[in-house]
Write a protein of this length. Structure first.
Length: 109
């Protein structure tokens, strides 16, 4: 499916680079930047696919890409930090919604 839908292939590359960044801390910065680049390139084509008609041929790839984007969003939080390094202080406002939660809206439907 990813071979026929370049945006999905880029999403696979993105999550793969984030996984490698976790496994190879000495290459973390390089791999996170690579993941970011793949995600950027994939999102351009993903947006084009969403603007065109969603069909039986592309709906599974679009859905799979959306799930991988949500997983990448969760996996990239604090990804440039070293393991065990504290995360930056965030406001204590409970109304702030994490970015990845917005990406999961509509998945159930």
């Amino acid at each position: 499916m990813a071979l026929q839908n370049p945006f999905l292939m880029r999403a696979v590359f993105t999550i793969s680079a984030l996984h490698l960044a976790h496994l190879q801390p000495t290459r973390r910065k390089e791999l996170v930047l690579s993941a970011s680049n793949h995600q950027h390139l994939g999102l351009e084509r993903f947006r084009m696919a969403l603007q065109e008609a969603i069909t039986e041929e592309n709906c599974h790839a679009i859905f799979a890409c959306s799930i991988l984007l949500a997983a990448c969003s969760m996996g990239s939080m604090g990804s440039l930090q070293s393991p065990g390094e504290p995360t930056a202080a965030r406001p204590q406002n409970r109304e702030i919604i994490p970015e990845w939660m917005n990406l999961l809206r509509g998945v159930y439907t």
